[in-house]
Design a protein around this ligand. Structure first.
Ligand SMILES: Cc1cc2nc3c(=O)[nH]c(=O)nc-3n(C[C@H](O)[C@H](O)[C@H](O)COP(=O)(O)OP(=O)(O)OC[C@H]3O[C@@H](n4cnc5c(N)ncnc54)[C@H](O)[C@@H]3O)c2cc1C
Length: 416
């Protein structure tokens, strides 16, 4: 199903569903190749396109800084950059729609308010879902500032905090809480004997254990939580029902909690926060001829970032929603978005050959409080001082703002 290339009279409709690291970076590159003015051209003739960005939020959120955003709400507020402050998003050929996507069919994107948007090209960049407080229910910056203030108040009031789950998010949250509130008792419980699930070396995991102990986080490893009172919302969440609320509306924080471990040990904490992974968005994608395109790890995509189905060559996916990389990362999503946007632009401009992206090795950089970090890139574990050169005080916010041109006009890029 491939739409014909633009003619002078027909408008080509591009829909980008999801406007964070992947979707917004795609918007930037669509802008560069389809809307930006070519300074060398005699006339400013650009293709006749309408680019629609749909997101349930009204801005970009720098998720990488979120754990610290919960312990330092003033820093947290800066993490949200409203689309209305991004100059080039105001271009007349760009339409920004605030709404929740409920279904994507072969030619339309449907929203919860009943509206639908037809497309010639679709880029799916809806990410993954997380339960609150890391998953955010807010749709505006004002709501978000209130939301993180609520979470902060709970963290601030607790003398003891138990984090359940020793993945990247649990580790970073425990480290940020302990670093900002050294007087609190912070315990991290993880079911395996070492933290950091995924394709990483035990040597790396042991470095992380040492760092967490240096910071003063009490690690309880190889222990599974089998019961918790009071339960938090995610514990009874039905992951199969279509009618389940969005995970972001379901909390994982529980005050005055009692956690029973498989060994029989009981841990009491003023506040428990469960950081136990992500949920995918398979329920939104309804493509009858590609029902198998959603694998265990997300939407299967080709190196061109088209979904891996011969029937829908005009549908692309990038970022956490797709199965592009073993470790889901903002940078992987942004790179995939760059390839997808260039390929959609190539198709719109009638350029035959699509580009293929390369796959980068898995990596993980953990930011554990302000002074500790650990990085494994591919098989290599980096030295602390070498890693430090890549660590930013603002957890990479400004770098992201710059790379995605959120404060400046993206330059014209020719794809010829
Ligand atoms: C605490 C934390 C720390 C992290 N640290 C790092 C790090 O150090 N380095 C790194 O590279 N990565 C890190 N990540 C991972 C990184 O944030 C993700 O890989 C990245 O967010 C993926 O980008 P994305 O655009 O695919 O998805 P998202 O950033 O999740 O964006 C999805 C967008 O789609 C919108 N959306 C979703 N569903 C709907 C819907 N139904 N309707 C309308 N809009 C919708 C959302 O509002 C959002 O704007 C971290 C993540 C967290 C939570």
């Amino acid at each position: 199903m491939s739409p014909s290339v633009t003619s002078a009279s027909s408008i080509v409709r591009i829909v980008v569903a999801g406007g964070n690291y992947a979707g917004l970076n795609a918007m930037q590159h669509l802008y560069s190749s389809l809307l930006a003015v070519d300074p060398k051209a005699a006339t400013n003739q650009r293709p006749n396109v309408e680019i629609t960005l749909i997101d349930r939020r009204d801005g970009f959120i720098h998720c990488i800084g979120l754990t610290r955003g919960l312990t330092e709400p003033e820093f947290g507020a800066d993490l949200w950059v409203p689309y209305s402050t991004v100059p080039w998003l105001q271009h007349p050929s760009i339409r920004i729609v605030s709404g929740t996507v409920t279904e994507m069919t072969p030619d339309k994107v449907h929203l919860s308010n009943g509206d639908s948007y037809g497309f010639d090209y679709l880029l799916v960049a809806l990410g993954l879902s997380r339960f609150a407080p890391i998953g955010l229910r807010s749709s505006t910056k004002a709501e978000y500032v209130e939301e993180i203030a609520e979470s902060y108040a709970k963290i601030h009031a607790a003398q003891s905090v138990a984090i359940v789950g020793g993945g990247a998010v649990g580790l970073e949250l425990a480290a940020d809480i302990k670093s900002d509130f050294p007087e609190k008792q912070v315990t991290l419980i993880h079911s395996r004997s070492l933290p950091v699930p995924g394709p990483f070396k035990d040597e790396f995991r042991n470095i992380v254990v040492d760092i967490m102990q240096d910071i003063g986080v009490d690690l309880v490893l190889g222990e599974r939580v089998i019961a918790q009172t009071p339960e938090s919302g995610d514990m009874s969440y039905d992951r199969t029902l279509k009618s389940s609320p969005e995970p972001e509306l379901v909390g994982t924080m529980s005050t005055n909690a009692e956690l029973t471990l498989a060994s029989g040990r009981v841990i009491r904490a003023d506040l428990a926060i469960r950081c136990l992974g992500t949920l995918d968005k398979r329920r939104v994608l309804q493509l009858p001829l590609a029902s198998d395109v959603f694998g265990a790890d997300g939407i299967a995509v080709k190196d061109t970032m088209q979904i891996d189905s011969e029937h829908y060559s005009n549908i692309y996916a990038c970022g956490d929603i797709c199965s592009r990389a073993l470790v889901k990362l903002a940078g992987v999503g942004m790179y995939g978005a760059y390839i997808a946007a260039r390929n959609i632009s190539r198709a719109v401009l009638g350029l035959e050959k699509l580009e293929e992206g390369i796959r980068y090795p898995s990596q993980l950089m953990l930011l554990l409080g302000k002074d500790h970090f650990a990085l494994q890139l591919g098989d290599e574990i980096w030295e602390k001082e070498r890693t430090r050169e890549h660590v930013h005080k603002d957890m990479g916010l400004l770098k992201c703002v710059e790379v995605m041109s959120l404060h400046k006009e993206p330059e014209y890029v020719s794809l010829d």
